[in-house]
Ligand binder design. Sequence first.
Ligand code: GUN
Length: 302
Amino acid sequence: MTSAVAGSARIIDGSAVAKAIREEVKAETTALVAKGVKPGLAVVLVGEDPASAVYVRSKGKACEEAGMRSDTIRMSAATTQAELLAVVERLNHDPEIHGILVQMPLPKQIDPQAVILAINPAKDVDGFHPVNAGKLFSGDMSGFIPCTPLGVRELLLRHDIDTQGAHAVVVGRSTIVGRPMAALLLLPGKGGDATVTVCHSRTRELASHLKRANIVIAAIGRKEMITGDMLKAGAVVIDVGMNRVDDPSTKSGTRLYGDVHYPSASAVASWITPVPGGVGPMTIAMLLKNTITAAGRTVGAA
Ligand code: GUN
């Protein structure tokens, strides 16, 4: 563990790490293309949620920059569950598509769990299917792991942050971030072997848990909820929060805030991720990596 110097937390530059990973993916794509497999990712967007539309565009662009095939399937907000399931089924059988991602959230007439269950686990690059979730929770790394927690693990590994024996407090119990994050930190070996506490909206005395944490993973979805006074000196702080707030003073009209109050936390922490430019860019980088893995597994098969 890096020693703490108050007021001088080192910044974990997720944008730089994501850029490096995207370069690695590009090289792997070239190698796969030479073997006759062009990795392909299909992203399905149902409805017109503006934040989702931005994410989906970035995913498509990142794929193309890495030399991969990217199909974006846009469906109206009135799409029925049966219509969406039919699209998933077609993609399951499309040999040129190796990864399928259905952007969440879905309109309320569609049950997200039914859609996740319909995706072929071998193409589930989001890692949301119970087969993949089950593999992770049983310590089997042969499945797909959700991109955001996988990105956090990569940031910890690439900064030589020692998780082994450390007390990691994960704040948030979502199936997309909190739960798989806890499972990753519990795996044996480098990047794992942590003592993990999972806190959530019903946790009593959150600050008392945070105060004992060597590593804090904040994934609650509440703007700047974790402040420096709640943290142990020298803690490593990973902020997964993406809280968009209206702000007419910015060009886009919104500003992004994390779950951590950066000015006070960075005065106490040893390492900290900024928002934006921390965990966010890692999610797409890991999605590309999962898609390459899915495509690589088809080489020589069938
Ligand atoms: N919506 C917000 N994050 C994600 C993600 O990682 N995957 C999908 N499919 N939808 C999301």
